[in-house]
Design a protein around this ligand. Structure first.
Ligand code: C2E
Ligand code: CA
Ligand code: CA
Ligand code: CA
Length: 275
């Protein structure tokens, strides 16, 4: 409508760049996309190495855009984070995950579903309350993946809110460990049970000299802090074997499965390779 044309025109005037215009359009479309159910979730299994079992999955949001086709999260999550859309998007993701977890349970698969939580939400008391209501009223088994960077912004309220989540049974995982700002002082204070080593250190694991040292010491550090370790971005048998020797607890990556729709996940689990 008119407001939309105006916002796009403003974006054009201010920067003159088509990229900025594109972003303005996408941002306007996103608000509508959430209402029109254009978003959908894919799930990527995490495999527990010693148990050879899928114990949880990560929910990853995708956008089926009416004219652009499939849009991946790196192209719209940053836009959602600049507006209030991240709140609606994340609450939608939680609701969808809760519903899908019921479907999985009906098929005999009890899996914890991990959801990515943007940093700004950890300082949003209203979001925290609404998320807690959804989780507590459903009895769902969820996990929240957060980055350290999001804690560093406002540590007191972030740590307090993470504790609220942990107290109602949500498992906290530290995402992208090693890729952003790291602070051992905060790491110790976070009520986190899992630490995910960023795929930056994992994809080159068997071809680099330095990465195995970083990964090994991260695994030892996490274990010293009584956290389980997930390596993400595992793409080869060689990487899996090395991670297993290093005592890594869980792996996630294209070697096991790409992110897949709920139906495909059920087929994957029924296949019985990891049961
Ligand atoms: P992330 O949390 O680090 O998610 C892992 C990303 O790595 C996913 O990309 C996944 O498809 C990709 N990946 C998985 N295995 C492999 C592998 O073996 N090799 C390589 N090269 N890549 C692998 P995706 O789905 O495009 O998501 C990108 C980012 O978008 C996520 O990074 C996460 O930060 C964000 N994101 C996704 N869904 C949500 C959401 O619902 N809410 C929020 N706030 N952020 C989300
Ligand atoms: Ca918007
Ligand atoms: Ca994640
Ligand atoms: Ca990650």
């Amino acid at each position: 409508g008119e407001a939309r044309a105006e916002r796009v025109a403003i974006a054009r005037d201010v920067t003159g760049s088509p990229a900025a215009m594109d972003r303005a359009e996408l941002s306007l479309d996103l608000t509508r996309a959430i209402e029109r159910e254009e978003l959908f979730l894919q799930y990527q299994p995490k495999v527990h190495l010693r148990r050879q079992q899928v114990t949880s999955v990560e929910a990853l949001v995708r956008w089926n855009h009416p004219t652009r086709g499939l849009v991946l999260p790196n192209d719209f999550i940053p836009l959602a984070e600049e507006s209030e859309d991240i709140v609606a998007l994340t609450l939608w993701t939680i609701r969808r995950s809760i519903a899908d977890q019921k479907v999985l349970a009906e098929q005999g698969h009890d899996l914890r579903i991990f959801i990515n939580i943007a940093g700004a939400l950890l300082a949003d008391a209203r979001f925290v309350r609404r998320a807690c209501v959804l989780v507590e009223s459903s009895g769902a088994q969820l996990g929240f993946e957060i980055t350290e960077t999001s804690v560093i912004r406002d540590p007191d309220s972030a740590i307090a809110n993470l504790q609220v989540f942990a107290d109602i049974g949500i498992v906290i995982a530290i995402d992208d460990y090693g890729a952003g700002l790291s602070s051992l002082a905060y790491l110790k204070q976070l009520p986190a049970r899992e630490l995910k080593i960023d795929k930056l250190f994992v994809t080159q694991l068997t071809s680099s000299n330095r990465d195995p040292l970083i990964v090994r010491s991260t695994i030892d550090l996490a274990h010293a802090l009584e956290m389980e370790v997930v390596a993400e971005g595992v793409e080869s048998q060689a990487a899996m074997a090395l991670l297993s020797v290093m005592g890594c607890d869980m792996i996630q990556g294209f070697l096991i499965s790409r992110p897949i729709n709920l139906d495909a996940l059920i087929h994957f689990l029924d296949d019985g390779k990891y049961r």
